[in-house]
Design a protein around this ligand. Structure first.
Ligand code: SF4
Ligand code: SF4
Length: 371
């Protein structure tokens, strides 16, 4: 007898991550985009994005994260932001900030942009260029950040950290203060997409991680409310896994550049799931009823030790994509968890990679993009 159909999911997502494009002037080896990037000709047109936003607002979404790739490469970004404002969606632009003039930024602010999140690859110019694969990037980013603050927009500085820049973490904190950022996100690399392909080149040592924990703790104590600091530790050294995307299909809905809808940006690594496209299905149906979103909701799919664990409602067994990538089983306990029988092996792998000389970066490339 087949299992009874599951009830539609009633809770709306809080946030929609709109991956407007995979094009990007940078080529960060830690990029979480898939290795197979979507080309420009397959990107959703403006009208489809506007309809997606309408459907999202109607579904109950509150926050819109405009991401990519580099979302400012879309010439229709102002129209998309304006639509978000008309629908009372809080809009957050996630950008590398290298090709955005002050005039463009003004236009985005006038269209109703609410917040800017700027990535900085390193605090020294040489490191920033080398990690992002883009010459002259730091000066452009600093000018962009100053323009953001001149326009009165709130600014979050996003520092993705790894073995090549962790020793300068104090200077990331100082830079965030100098630029007048409200928030600094210190995020150890999460190993998906290009980052997974570059894992051995990026993996920090345990002592680098421990030092970063101490630096963040000291900065938080010193600065209090002056600068909010978010901190994401690397999964491989964690005790418990992260509640990935706040749980599968619970809080976040991701729309890829070609219109496919996913519960998290890496979910395409799980075989056998069909991700519906906004050009074919309503967002409400995709969120509430599509098999891909229902797949890892609830607890019935879990294996031991997650199934009988007290933390299962806190971390939902960790990341399904990571379980797939590292163990070949999307239902397995995320090996970031110390209770996973595979945890020690994964830890040993991370430590061996971190101890070896780093291989050259494999830069994330789609096609040459004019600066
Ligand atoms: S991580 Fe780097 S390459 Fe990837 S989208 Fe962001 S800026 Fe572009
Ligand atoms: S066993 Fe599963 S539910 Fe328990 S802490 Fe580990 S990942 Fe979370």
């Amino acid at each position: 007898m087949s299992a009874p159909a599951r009830e539609p999911w009633r809770e709306p997502p809080i946030g929609l991550l709109a991956e407007l494009t995979h094009r990007c002037p940078l080529a960060c080896p830690y990029c979480s985009n898939p290795l197979e990037l979507t080309r420009r000709e397959r990107e959703l047109p403006t009208a489809s994005w506007e309809r997606v936003l309408e459907e999202a607002a109607e579904l109950g979404v509150l926050q819109l994260h405009l991401s990519g790739g580099e979302p400012t490469l879309r010439s229709d970004l102002e129209a998309i932001v304006a639509r978000a404002r008309a629908l009372e969606l809080y809009s957050n632009l996630i950008t590398a900030g290298v090709g955005v003039s002050e005039r463009r930024l003004e236009a985005l602010a006038e269209a109703g942009l609410d917040h800017v999140q700027l990535s900085v690859q390193d605090v020294d110019a040489e490191g920033c260029d080398r990690i992002g694969g883009f010459e002259g990037s730091l000066a452009r980013k600093l000018a962009f950040a100053k323009a953001v603050r001149r326009l009165g927009l709130p600014l979050t500085l996003n520092a993705v950290v790894h073995r090549h820049n962790l020793d300068r973490l104090e200077r990331f904190v100082e830079l965030a203060l100098e630029l007048g950022a409200d928030r600094l996100e210190v995020a150890h690399v999460q190993y998906y997409g290009w980052a997974l392909a570059n894992r051995a080149a990026l993996m920090p040592t345990r002592s680098q991680l421990d030092r970063s924990v101490a630096v963040v703790k000291a900065a938080r104590e010193r600065l209090g409310d002056r600068l909010l600091i978010d901190f994401v530790v690397p999964d491989y050294y964690a005790t418990h896994p992260k509640p990935c995307a706040s749980g599968w299909g619970r809080a976040v809905i991701v729309v890829a550049p070609d219109g496919r809808v996913l519960p998290c940006h890496a979910a395409h690594v799980i075989p056998g799931l069909v991700f519906p496209n906004v050009e074919e299905k309503p967002l409400r149906w995709i969120w509430q009823e599509s098999p891909a979103f229902q797949r890892f909701r609830g607890f019935d799919w879990m294996q031991e030790p997650c199934r009988s664990c007290a933390r299962r409602e806190i971390d939902f067994g960790g990341c399904r994509c990571q379980a797939m990538q590292l163990l070949g089983d999307p239902e397995a306990t995320d090996p970031a968890c110390t209770l996973s029988p595979e945890h020690a092996r994964i830890m040993a792998l991370a430590e061996a990679e971190a101890a070896a000389p780093p291989p050259a970066f494999r830069y994330r490339r789609l096609e040459p993009v004019p600066a």
